[in-house]
Design a protein around this ligand. Sequence first.
Ligand code: ADE
Length: 261
Amino acid sequence: MSALQNDAVTGRRPLGVMAALPQELGNLIEVMRAESGVRTITHGSRDYHVGTVYGAPCVVTLARIGKVAAAATVSALIHAFEVDAVVFTGVAGGVGREVRIGDVVVADTLMQHDLDASPLFPRFEVPLLGIARFVADRSLAAQLAAAAERFIAEEGAALAQRFAIQVPQMHRGLIISGDQFVASAAAVETLRTALPDALAVEMEGAAIAQVCHEYGVPCAIVRTVSDTADAHAPASFATFLTELAGTYSNGILTRFLQARA
Ligand code: ADE
């Protein structure tokens, strides 16, 4: 099934824009509704919102939580909606010691920290694919990072003051994904020991990167740090999700999509 042909006005294939939860998507669907109207197509228990945002043809959807949900959703974006690239936005737990709540991490590489088919295959390697670290699309990640840098430069100081966080910093590097919400000092220390260059942990990114790799579709992932994956993580995550996740996604995606249009 193909739910979408090229955008009728621009002739371009759309960009897939994903988040796990509605709070992580910001007001993207409202902006689409005002700009082009929204065509919503339900497919495999997900709603896909088709239209134009800041001049860029997009299919916007919520994956829900976890690697399987993310893999199924991005597969539909690729097959049913024929997206030419995928961008994922959301929150993550900070793992790198220099990564603080309110910082932004753009993935250069992604891996599944809970994948272990050893001794049959090396720990973390996707069996029969021979890859442990998936590389985000260099150009797309650079565009996302530039948008995040601009957002921080223009709004970071005010956000820090208003929400009692440090002025946000940008990080580029490894994001790790697994089907666990990491919420103890011991668990985050175990991840640091196993993967010393990991900056942030979440539950979808590496699954999306794997599917995109297998289909040759460029992808990039941006995460705002909602917690530091320790015992405070559940409360910090809940507060950040309600108060700030949407502000960051709006600020970054607005700049990213305007530059792309
Ligand atoms: N997403 C946000 N915080 C997280 C955490 N601590 N563990 C996994 N995913 C997360």
